[in-house]
Design a protein around this ligand. Structure first.
Ligand SMILES: *Cc1c(COP(=O)(O)O)cnc(C)c1O
Length: 362
């Protein structure tokens, strides 16, 4: 397999054609010219198909090793997986420390439809055990915000033996950092809003499937629900994909350097970052996220206020470094002083100096 930047730069880019741009521009269309029978072209109406989706889906399908379907946002992608894989009477197993949107959907939307959810820690043994009797096991590894890692291949083996499907939320790692389908997952979902697009200017979601019938069901759900990406957003995502390898190299190196510095400081209580033998085997990059705990909510806020290069913002994976006091949302089991930090693509030395200065000031 070629290197990560080679793969992302060339992914989904059409063959050279005289006088054509290297990456075709965005297609903005509601209806297309469609003469004669409804299936004379796949491009009949903009809720069903768009050439900018097609290029991006080719790119992401290549990177994921499956058939990709793009959506309006990560939540639209996630909802598509749940609604096409589960029905009344089914059991969903999900990571209790994963993205809060899954838990809210499970509680407020799935439960009234007769779908029960079992929340389990992001732990290989616990998830494998919980798979018995489930229709779908929903993994998030690394989990977020605590960045725990589980073994996708081991959980997929147990889940498949129990007759359950396996889906992985791959937002934190991205398809360059981790390839869930190669480890046996049936579906890989991600929010492109974070590292994949990486410039804090696009919301987008993706699901890749190994089974073409499952991909067809996702496309049909997309048309029925209308959860479609805009042509311009799809094009921006494809354009941004080209620098994913470079961005991950820089942000992962800065995050690792930050972890080392923070662990040397007596005023930082705990530091979390994807690590251990499973992370090393499964992930090509540990990624931009670092979690660390300061003594109180006040100290955490003072730190955020004192940073010059780090924007206080939710989300992660952008070229600008961002951080937030995660407990402000009230959705995660973290300490009041827990900071979720996303290393951007600033020069590592500048970023570390800014963080240390802000910690000293706080
Ligand atoms: C942000 C996020 C989502 C939701 O994605 P949106 O694009 O905001 O809808 C889902 N899963 C994880 C892990 C996320 O970080």
């Amino acid at each position: 397999m070629r290197g990560p930047s080679t793969r992302t730069i060339h992914a989904g880019v059409p063959a050279a054609a005289q006088g054509e741009p290297l990456l075709p521009g965005p297609v903005l269309a509601a209806p297309y010219h469609l003469r004669g029978p409804a299936d004379a072209t796949p491009y009949g109406y903009g809720r069903d198909a768009n050439p900018s989706w097609t290029h991006l889906e080719r790119a992401l399908g290549e990177l994921d090793g499956g058939e990709a379907v793009v959506f309006a946002s990560g939540m639209a992608a996630l909802t598509a997986v749940l609604m096409t894989s589960l029905r009344s009477g089914d059991v969903l197993v999900a990571c209790g420390d994963g993205y809060p949107g899954v838990r809210a959907l499970a509680e407020e939307r799935l439960r009234p439809l007769g779908i029960e959810t079992r929340l389990v820690a992001t732990d290989t043994g616990a998830l494998s055990e919980a798979a018995a009797g489930a229709a779908l096991v929903w993994l998030e590894t690394p989990s977020n915000p605590r960045l725990d890692v589980c073994d996708i291949a081991a959980v997929a083996g147990a889940a498949h033996a129990a007759g359950a499907l396996v889906a992985v939320d791959n937002t934190v790692a991205t398809p360059l950092g981790q390839r869930p389908l190669a480890f046996g997952a049936d579906l890989a979902m991600l929010s492109g809003t974070k590292s994949l697009c990486g410039h804090s200017d696009v919301l987008l979601g993706v699901v890749s499937a190994t089974d073409p019938e499952r991909a067809a069901a996702l496309r049909s759900w997309r048309s029925q629900s209308g959860a479609i990406a805009g042509g311009f957003e799809a094009w921006l995502a494809h354009r941004s994909l080209a620098t994913l390898g470079l961005r991950l190299e820089r942000s992962s190196a800065s995050a690792a350097a930050l972890v080392a510095r923070l662990r040397e400081r007596g005023d930082v209580l705990e530091v979390v970052h994807p690590s251990g033998p499973v992370a090393e085997r499964q992930m090509a990059y540990a990624g931009p996220l670092v979690g660390f705990t300061l003594a109180s909510a006040e100290r955490a806020q003072a730190f955020l206020d004192a940073c010059e290069l780090v924007a206080e913002a939710t989300s992660f994976g952008g070229v600008h470094s961002t951080a937030e006091r995660r407990a402000r949302w009230g959705t995660d089991a973290v300490a009041e002083g827990f900071i979720r930090f996303s290393a951007g693509c600033e020069d590592t030395a500048d970023l570390l100096a800014d963080v240390e200065r802000a910690l000293d000031a706080a």
